[in-house]
Unconditional design. Structure first.
Lengths: 312, 332
């Protein structure tokens, strides 16, 4: 449990550092921080087995780190360095590590939903007992890929768990302006499998729900749609002035911050005290500082490699 | 050697690859019991079961994307898109997902996906069931693009595409399905991707084409021979990778070039081939390069209008005679 807490902290500090590096102009391009959504990433991945597939989104650093992504190589990718997960070719949105089943982030909203569905189809055809877990947001649930993929998974009873991180905003557009029903999870009824709403800022609740869904998937009973209600405490991407929501609303969610809540659980269970907390935080900050150092010291990709590796 | 139709040759390729490799499976609309809109997969569901010859709902983006995911996870899916026009519904999964994975994620990402589809006009199916969209996919680095003209190539190239570790757009042609030709025996005979075919040798001009237009070019070359004109027909077979060397060798020999394709003129793949010829063999040309293409209009359902739009053997003959005789017009 302490590991999960440490991972949440590494994610938080990593994202905060990345925001700072972007605003300082040290790293270029774009990034979508998942500050506030750490419990979903860590809760989901804590419930998975080795070999299970995970697909992620444009807001994917947390998912990757929770699935074992190395902060050094992730930060190097953000710096566009040769040592990054994609050698600088992918940037913030496109990193993968197939050895851990992490099939990658995605630059296209909803683009990974069919991909996860297909990985589950392959697992079913090969009879491996693997599960595919698909992260996506409330915004992606309005894409055609959502409907088409969940329908396929329903008719074929695929071993896939769809994890919708409902952070209440698709970029700036509030979810109530794009979806008229109260819960995205209720859409699962159309595809003939369960849809479950869970408090996405409660790591243990997320973990338990995902574990049950994975058991169901491995047992051949088919997919589950899990809607994790959460909140993105940061802006959508760098330079987001957040005009579309109030500071009061943000303050309210900050009070219910997933990391604070999990820390309280650990303290209550006697796993964590103030001294241990300081130590874990120090470790997490050190990991992020080391990642920045690694990225800064890494070489740029060689332009001579530009045309290499387009094809297998 | 035996004689098969293009459809039978495709089916034989699918049958052999399904039997050879348990990772291969097919998915698409109405490919099971129905056997596919053009009958290519007829009987395969009975032979290999509904798991491996899998009917899908009408969800092109969903099942093409699922094929991408299945390929990444170690399967080797062969997707059928009923009409090439319907690829538009799945372009994100092909262009933003499948095409880029290898370049970005490196050797860990392997996407052995074949997307078979029926392209081309000539059957009066109208503007949304007749297009030749191959050029679009040549413009997405990471996709291979294949367009066979004969039964032998249909079989050999499809087998090579299934064995290839990259995503391949495999364009079949409605007018070719019923054509017959000799197909070599042997389950391990493949036609490598990236090699053009000299469909007919000649010395007076080079006609470059692929798919149905390559077949028409061969007929045109026969007619030209009667008139004493020796046309060399280069069937590209695969547009990506492009065998430009075979093209250039032919051009350096004949000094005259006619490119014929069924896609509309602007941005058609003929423009790319022509430009490569100018870049690499300009000094060898004795006449301006000539293009035959559909004008920049959608294909109509009316037989009269469709025929007015599509190049065919007669127009190829006429254009070739003009080119060799020196009477060169700039438009079709």
């Amino acid at each position: 449990m302490l590991d999960w807490y440490r991972t949440m902290l590494v994610i938080r500090y990593f994202e905060e550092k990345v925001e700072k590096l972007f605003s300082d102009g040290v790293i270029r391009g774009t990034t979508h921080p998942a500050i506030g959504q750490e419990a979903v990433a860590v809760g989901v991945c804590s419930a998975l087995r080795k070999g299970d597939y995970v697909t992620s989104t444009h807001r994917g650093h947390a998912h990757f780190m929770a699935r074992g992504g190395d902060p050094n190589r992730m930060m190097a990718e953000l710096f566009g360095k040769a040592t990054g997960y994609s050698g600088g070719r992918g940037g913030s949105q496109l990193m993968a590590d197939y050895a851990t089943g992490f099939l990658g982030g995605n630059g296209i909203t909803g683009g990974s939903i069919p991909v996860a569905t297909g990985a589950a189809l392959s697992a079913q055809l090969r009879g491996t007992g693997q599960v595919a877990v698909c992260f996506f947001g409330d915004g992606a649930s309005n894409q055609g890929t959502f409907h088409e993929s969940l329908n396929l998974a329903g008719i074929w009873k695929l071993p896939v768990v769809y994890v919708c991180e409902n952070n209440l905003y698709a970029m700036s557009t509030p979810v109530h302006k794009t979806i008229v029903i109260p819960h995205i999870a209720d859409r699962a009824g159309s595809y003939g499998f369960p849809g479950i709403v869970v408090d996405g800022n409660d790591l243990l609740a997320v973990r338990d729900t995902v574990r049950a869904a994975c058991d169901r998937a491995r047992g051949g009973e088919g997919p589950t749609l899990i809607e994790c209600k959460t909140y993105r405490l940061s802006g959508h991407s760098r330079g987001d002035p957040r005009h579309y929501r109030t500071r009061e609303e943000e303050a309210l969610w900050r009070k219910g911050c997933a990391i604070k809540r999990f820390r309280a659980v650990l303290v209550k269970r006697g796993v964590l005290d103030a001294a241990k907390d300081r130590e874990v935080k120090r470790q997490a900050r050190a990991a992020v500082a080391a990642a920045v150092r690694f990225a800064r010291q890494s070489p740029d990709p060689d332009p001579a490699t530009l045309e290499q590796g387009v094809f297998a | 050697m035996k004689t098969l139709t293009y459809t039978e040759a495709l089916r034989e390729a699918l049958t052999e690859e399904l039997a050879r490799d348990p990772r291969v499976f097919l998915l698409g609309e109405d490919i099971g019991l129905y056997g596919g809109a053009f009958g290519v997969t007829r009987g395969l569901m009975h032979q290999f079961g509904a798991e491996r010859v899998r009917d899908t709902p009408i969800s092109e983006q969903g099942f093409v994307g699922a094929a991408v995911g299945a390929a990444l996870a170690g399967s080797r899916p062969v997707v059928e898109i009923m009409f090439m026009d319907f690829i538009t519904l799945a372009v994100d999964q092909l262009v933003n997902q499948a095409a880029k994975l290898r370049y970005v994620f490196g050797p860990q990402a392997c996407c052995p996906l074949v997307l078979r589809t029926a392209g081309g006009g000539g059957r009066c199916y109208g503007p949304t069931h007749s297009q030749s969209l191959e050029a679009w996919f040549t413009h997405a680095p990471g996709l291979k693009v294949v367009a066979p003209a004969t039964p032998a190539d249909a079989k050999g190239l499809l087998k090579a595409a299934i064995r290839d570790d990259n995503p391949v757009v495999f364009m079949e042609h409605k007018l070719l399905y019923g054509t017959r030709g000799e197909v070599p025996d042997g389950a391990d005979v493949t036609v490598p991707l990236g090699q053009a075919r000299i469909a007919r040798p000649g010395t007076d001009l080079t006609i470059i084409a692929w798919s149905w237009m390559a077949s028409e070019a061969e007929r045109a070359a026969e007619a030209l021979a009667v008139q004493g004109i020796s046309a060399e027909v280069v069937d590209l077979r695969t547009l990506v990778p492009l065998d430009i060397e075979t093209v250039l060798t032919s051009v350096r020999k004949t000094h005259r070039v006619l490119i014929a394709h069924e896609a509309c003129r602007t941005g058609g793949f003929g423009a790319e081939v022509g430009c490569r010829i100018f870049e690499n063999a300009y000094d060898y040309l004795d006449a301006p390069l000539r293009r035959l293409a559909v004008p920049d209009v959608p294909l109509s359902a009316s037989p009269v209008l469709e025929q007015a739009a599509m190049p065919d053997r007669h127009r190829i003959v006429q254009a070739a005679m003009e080119l060799v005789g020196g009477e060169v017009n700039s438009e079709r």
